[in-house]
Design a protein around this ligand. Sequence first.
Ligand code: F6R
Length: 233
Amino acid sequence: MKSIKFITVNNPEKGSEELFNIVEKALDNKELHSIGLATGGTMIPVYKKWVESDLDFSNVTTFNLDEYVGIGVDNPNGYGYFMYEHLFNEKKFKKINLLDGLAEDSEKECDRFEKELLENPLDIQILGVGENGHIAFNEPGTPFDSVTHVATLTPSTLDVNSRFFQEGEAVPNTALTMGIKSILRAKQIVLLAYGERKRAAIEKLAADKVDPKWPITKLLEHDNVIVITDLEI
Ligand code: F6R
């Protein structure tokens, strides 16, 4: 097993600076053509920093990890909407690839997306992690060889994610998501995790044992993973 590089920071802003430096260097070296992006609270300071910078992404293609089934890019609860609000409205990219939550045939949409991914291998994949160790919407027990697929969300993820929805609005319980295998194909993976709620997942990773109950632990088999965290493990 290859060791993971941990970068410990004092707060999410410092973590965003670390990630910024990695992305800036890859752009300067012309090594960033395709990037995998995540949504969620962890990513807000990351994209804020990019938007405020003069980073030039006009030669970079993006792929987002996931989207709820039944939610389109105009829906403020969706991940596509999040991306436009926090990044894409401000920064120009070569091509933006989102999973379409409104696709008539979700399975077909997953196949289409996976094919695009194979044609544009990811140079960097940015990840957050769920409290239960999920990466993208790959919940505990998801096969490690999964590619982009329709996932059923666990009650714990539904509960955590309900904070982004208006009162009375139900969180969809299925989502389109890149699979664990799709994520692991990226040349480099940078995972960000802040706060005590993420401690169990980061401790599992630090324990250096791959465990299907903790999807994050599959990253141990990748040879280029950086974890940026404010947790002392
Ligand atoms: C989002 C995603 C999720 C989040 C994770 C952490 O695109 O794939 O796996 O990264 O749920 O979310 P936050 O950052 O809100 O704690």
